[in-house]
Design a protein. Structure first.
Length: 238
């Protein structure tokens, strides 16, 4: 496999073509973004930590029967993935109220949500990733109804697998965002799963161990990501 030209640079990752049109290389950079890219800073080791974190989680999800784009870890900052035709939507499941849900509905942070909520957001920084519903996805052709239904079912299945993994490490999976795409007609989990795109709290102290540390200026961002990783069995030196 040969890495070729850069196809796209997102806020935290870049995507490169390879000599195989079905495969891409994801490069995890140290850039850390919040508020739809209005705040971007470089955090030392972040690319490596998120790349290894994502590889570990994607492998666990695959073992649990959830199809993902992940193929292999290539280096500290690079992963080989399948080339998906991405749906421009973010699927968010919440087990506990936090973030935009609290702002939108005036709910207190920390309230348990039973059953967990499912929300959709349009990936569009200029519009501030607005919340959308399933009929918007269909009417605007962002995805076919049946493919969105598959993405939704997979998003909930991920919850069962990951809640248990983080609980074993003494943490609560508060919420998370997933992105899906199509590969030869099949809906696969794409993008990444890392503490950048979820909320994780220490189960006892409720300390925040995710990107809210960056959003809220709490410091110790990458130290928290590494702590989460070690608590679920990731060896960042491997
Ligand atoms: P929110 O509370 O800001 O709506 O975010 C819900 C979850 O989704 C949280 O874990 C952060 C994640 N998320 C992203 O990773 N990227 C995004 O663009 C958005 C809107 C949310
Ligand atoms: N990932 C988005 C951004 O970079 C939203 C966020 O995480 O706050 O701006």
């Amino acid at each position: 496999m040969e890495k070729r030209q850069e196809l796209y640079a997102g806020k935290a990752k870049s995507v490169f073509r390879t000599d195989d049109p079905d495969k891409m290389v994801l490069v995890f950079r140290d850039d850390t973004s919040a508020f739809d890219g209005k705040r971007i800073e470089q955090l030392d080791r972040k690319g490596m930590v998120n790349n290894k974190f994502n590889a570990f989680i994607m492998t666990k999800l695959q073992e649990a029967g959830i199809p993902t784009h992940f193929e292999a870890l290539l280096s500290d900052n690079e992963a080989l993935v399948k080339n998906l035709d991405m749906m421009p939507v973010e699927c968010v499941v919440r087990n506990v109220a936090a973030g935009s849900l609290c702002r939108r509905l005036g709910v207190e942070e920390g309230v348990t949500l039973t059953p967990p909520t499912f929300e959709l957001f349009l990936k569009n920084d200029a519009l501030g990733d607005p919340m959308i519903n399933e009929s918007h996805v269909e009417s605007f052709g962002w995805a076919k109804a049946e493919d969105l239904a598959k993405a939704k079912a997979l998003t909930y299945k991920v919850n069962d697998v990951l809640k248990a993994i983080f609980a074993e490490g003494g943490m609560i999976l508060v919420d998370y965002k997933l992105e899906f795409g199509l590969y030869k007609g099949e809906v696969l989990l794409g993008d990444e799963f890392s503490p950048d795109g979820c909320r994780l709290w220490d189960a006892k102290t409720k300390e925040k161990l995710d990107k809210d540390r960056f959003r809220q200026g709490l410091g110790g961002v990458i130290e928290a990501y590494e702590d989460v990783g070690r608590r679920i069995g990731i060896d960042f030196d491997a």
